[in-house]
Structure formats: structure tokens, C-alpha cells
Design a protein around this ligand. Structure first.
Ligand code: BES
Ligand code: MN
Ligand code: ZN
Length: 492
């Protein structure tokens, strides 16, 4: 879906839905900017709504006026942005996605968004235009991918009332990238398995101009990825590793590698999960899907950096040949691993792919993984855990997240946590004690990144939402796509 930028009087915008954001309305003061303009075209309707207390401007509250004489648009949806001095990108996103979700419930409708001049310190007008375009993309796509009668429809045409064309394109590209990530995560494991994920990645690469290489099981043997291959043994679906490249920087310039956990279904393997624990485990490839979404945006925005995207794709199942407790694996970098829980499989997959990224001479690493329930216990369902071997690179990622309007928080990485995964029979074991589980998992990964500056993002909580909210659909969220793009931009 393309999104245009428009200018001119609001009353002349033709659309089925004209979404107009406005700050808090206070009946003792004059109407704020975009409302005053509309009020004149609408013969004082908005003044009357404000006086009666029907129009408040509370954050994300919306008020629908249909079939209004004086407006070219069929419907006017007034959406509250709260207090002007409190607005930031997260609040604006909440209000705008709530509005686009409301408008996207029927087929073949067009939508336009207009915002007041913000005059805000924490968010500029072009960033706001960008968010509006993103909201138009994200709000009209839901998780009901398999409904025979769709409950949400892409807009037939969409526009943002802003002179900032580039910002609108950027927001639209980010929105589509987020939707690609969401779609892959929301599809069931019968549709999304290592080979089909790799095919989809190859198709996206061809569409957006990324180089793509897919390593099959024979190649993975040759590359000595014994740890990843062990996880794959319990499934009839063969594993894959996808390697995408965006060569936007000078040839030979240092590259950023983004590595995603792509467990297309996590049954736990022989350390079988409960039915309840398995219900959402189609989401266990969210790291890989986030990498793919971000790589498409990085390519479409032609960022002047070299970025390698890698996905470690396996299905974790308990078939007859499944890897077992007590098995000792040799990972690509020679580290031996005692398997004591086959449900701690994500780290086994990432171990080999991280080592491969190091061998590709990546100068900086980011990995994303739905790695541990413990991280959700620690930080809740909306905050990403940040683990790193390099304070400067960790801070760069935290800054990228802030800039992208996403929530991330640093976690400790003291050596004492590394001691907890020492094994009596191998170099390390794949689980530590219960306490500090997200950190021991990160210490495990650290063994495979050599000295490369590396940040691990545990997205087990924020990548998948348990319920629908007015301002965001349940299911896959596409979290961290924007943070990855901002992180790549920070290296340009
Ligand atoms: N994929 C899960 C982690 C997970 C849990 C993701 C909840 C999303 C929501 C991971 O493979 C896993 O099973 N981790 C175990 C580790 C344990 C066996 C050390 C966990 O968190 O319980
Ligand atoms: Mn698991
Ligand atoms: Zn898992």
C-alpha cells in the first residue's frame, strides 16, 4: 500500500476517513489549531462538541462525525493526542494506531491523517508524519490471517497531510517492514518452517535488492554447525540458515551483522513443554522475522552501511532421532556443550550462527531472540532485555531504541553468571540454575562472539502480545524492527 503526502485545506481532503489529531480541548480556551480550521468549515460543530464535553482530546480517545456538510471527506475521526507538552513518539503512535485500527474495519476505504503542528521538544513534525504513515500501514493489518471473512482491510488509498515527503516514505517503509515481521510470526508452523521461511526471505531479498544465500543441511554440516544441527534432528523439517546482505557502504568497510533466532516451532523437544506452554510457540522465530523485516527496510531506505542479516532456522521437535539429555555437541567454534534441557534450544541455534557471523568478519553484532521466559519474568511483556559484552555498543542500542520509541533495558553480565553454566563433562552446559535464567542464557551466547562488540536482545516478552488492545493488535508486534534500522543508521 502506497502512502502519499498532501497539503492544502483539510476541508478539501477527499477520503472515506479523515483522521485529525488534536490536543486536549478546554472549553474556556479557543480551539487548538486544526480544530479551529475544521470548525469554520463545519459551522461551529466542533465548538459545540467542546462545550458539551463530548470532545476532550484525551490520549487516543476518538470521536466520529459522519456525513458532515462542508467536508470533502465522508467521515471525520477526531483523535485525542493528550496534553501538548506530554506528547512523545510512543503516545502519538498509540493515538494514531488506535485511529487507523478503527478506520480499517471495512473493505475499500481510503484514509488520510492530519496532525497539528506539534511544537514539541520530544518529537518533531517530520517524525510525526513518519509515525502517521507507519500507523496507516500497521493499523490496517491484523492477526486474523486465516479468517474466511477478513476483519481488517488494507486501505484502498492512504495519505498523510504533510510537506515532509521523505518522512512519509520512511514511515511507510518501516510500517511495511513491521507488517512483514508480524505476518511471518502470526502464520502457523504448518506454513512457516525452515524451508518456507528461507523461501520467503529469498523472495523479499529479490524484491528489495538484498543478496541472499540459503545454507541447506549439507552445507551446515560442512560449516560444522553441530549445535544447530542437533536441535534440528528431532524434526522431519530440515534446518536452514539464511544469509542476507545489504552492501550500502564502501566495499570492504566493516559490517554490522544482525542474527535472529528462527525456531519455527518450539515444542521443547524431549524436554517437552506443556500444552499451555506450547500454544504460542509459533512465535519462536520472531528474532529471525525481525531481522528480515529490518533488512528489507535497510535496503529500501538505501542506508549507507554494510549489513549482514542471518537467520538460524530449525523446528524443535521430539521425533525418534531427537537430540537427548546428556548429548555433548561440538559447536562451530569448537566449544563443547552438554545438553541438559532440550527446551533451551535457542542458544544452541544462535551459538553456531553467531560464530558464523564472526567468521564473516562482522565488526559488530546484534542478535534477537525469544530466548527465555525468565526475561519476561524480569522485565514484563513490553520491555526488551539488553545484554552485551561492550558498554559502548550496548548504549548505542539503547539510544537507538529510545529514538525509535521502543522500550529496552540493560541487564547485568557479571562473570559469576558465566560460572553457572560450567559443565563437568563439556566446556559448558546449555542450562544454568533457575534464577537469573535470562542472564545465564546471554552468558552462553557470549561464548560464541569472540571479542566482537555484541548486543543480545531478548524479545520473548514484547514480540508477541496476548490480547488485542484498541491501540495495537494482539499476536506479533514487530517490535525492534525500528530499533534495528536506527542502530544501522547510527553506524552510517
Ligand atoms: N522459546 C522459549 C522461550 C520463550 C518463553 C519465548 C516464553 C517466548 C515466551 C525458549 O526456547 C525456552 O524454552 N526457554 C526455556 C529455557 C529453560 C529451559 C532454561 C524457558 O524460558 O523456560
Ligand atoms: Mn525452548
Ligand atoms: Zn525457544
Amino acid at each position: 500500500m502506497d502512502i502519499n503526502s498532501t497539503t492544502g485545506p483539510l476541508a478539501e481532503i477527499t477520503a472515506d476517513w479523515l483522521i485529525v489529531g488534536h490536543f486536549t480541548v478546554d472549553s474556556s480556551n479557543p480551539l487548538p489549531a486544526p480544530l479551529a480550521e475544521l470548525d469554520a468549515a463545519l459551522d461551529g460543530t466542533i465548538t459545540r462538541l467542546a462545550a458539551s464535553g463530548d470532545l476532550t482530546g484525551k490520549l487516543a480517545a476518538s470521536h466520529l462525525l459522519a456525513d458532515v456538510p462542508g467536508l470533502a471527506a465522508n467521515r471525520l475521526l477526531l483523535v485525542g493526542l493528550g496534553q501538548a507538552d506530554e506528547l512523545d513518539s510512543r503516545r502519538l503512535e498509540k493515538a494514531l494506531v488506535a485511529a487507523t485500527r478503527r478506520a480499517s474495519k471495512s473493505a475499500s476505504v481510503s484514509a488520510a491523517i492530519a496532525l497539528p503542528e506539534l511544537g514539541s521538544e520530544s518529537i518533531g513534525d517530520s517524525e510525526a508524519a513518519s509515525l502517521a504513515a507507519m500507523a496507516l500501514q500497521v493499523g490496517c493489518v491484523g492477526q486474523a490471517l486465516y479468517h474466511t471473512d477478513p476483519s481488517r482491510y488494507a486501505f484502498s488509498a492512504a495519505s498523510v497531510h504533510s510537506p515532509a515527503d521523505d518522512a512519509v516514505v520512511r514511515g511507510s517503509v518501516l510500517g511495511e517492514a513491521i507488517n512483514l515481521t508480524r505476518e511471518l510470526v502470526n502464520r502457523g508452523p504448518m506454513d512457516v518452517y525452515p524451508e518456507s521461511f528461507a523461501d520467503r526471505a529469498a523472495a523479499a531479498a529479490a524484491e528489495f535488492g538484498l543478496d541472499c544465500e540459503v545454507l541447506d543441511e549439507n552445507r551446515l554440516q560442512e560449516e560444522r554447525m553441530g549445535s544447530l544441527l542437533a536441535v534440528a534432528r528431532g524434526s522431519v523439517k530440515p534446518p536452514r540458515v539464511v544469509v542476507l546482505r545489504h552492501n550500502g557502504g564502501p566495499e570492504g568497510a566493516p559490517a554490522l551483522a544482525i542474527v535472529g533466532k528462527g525456531v519455527t516451532f518450539d515444542s521443547g523437544g524431549l524436554s517437552l513443554k506443556t500444552s499451555e506452554g506450547m500454544k504460542t510457540m509459533k512465535c519462536d522465530m520472531a528474532g529471525a522475522a525481525t531481522m528480515l523485516g529490518a533488512m528489507t527496510a535497510i535496503a529500501r531506505l538505501s542506508l549507507p552501511v554494510n549489513v549482514i542479516g542471518l537467520a538460524g532456522l530449525v523446528e524443535n521437535m521430539p521425533d525418534a532421532d531427537a537430540f537427548k539429555l546428556g548429548d555433548v555437541l561440538t559447536a562451530r567454534n569448537g566449544t563443547t556443550i552438554e545438553v541438559l534441557n532440550t527446551d533451551a534450544e535457542g542458544r544452541l541455534v544462535l551459538a553456531d550462527v553467531l560464530a558464523y557471523a564472526v567468521d564473516l568478519k562482522a565488526e559488530r553484532l546484534i542478535d534477537l531472540a525469544t530466548l527465555t521466559g525468565a526475561c519476561v519474568v524480569a522485565l514484563g511483556e513490553e520491555v526488551t532485555g539488553v545484554f552485551s559484552n561492550c558498554p559502548e555498543w550496548s548504549q548505542a542500542l539503547e539510544q537507538a531504541a529510545r529514538q525509535a520509541g521502543e522500550l529496552a533495558w540493560p541487564m547485568p553480565m557479571h562473570d559469576l553468571f558465566g560460572d553457572l553454566i560450567k559443565s563437568d563433562v563439556a566446556d559448558i552446559k546449555n542450562v544454568g540454575p533457575r534464577w537469573g535464567g535470562s542472564v545465564t542464557a546471554a552468558k552462553f551466547l557470549e561464548r560464541f562472539v569472540d571479542k566482537t562488540p555484541w548486543v543480545h536482545l531478548d524479545i520473548a516478552g514484547p514480540s508477541f502480545a496476548s490480547s488485542n488492545k484498541p491501540h495495537r493488535e494482539g499476536g506479533a508486534t514487530g517490535c525492534m524492527v525500528r530499533t534495528l534500522v536506527a542502530a544501522a543508521e547510527s553506524l552510517a
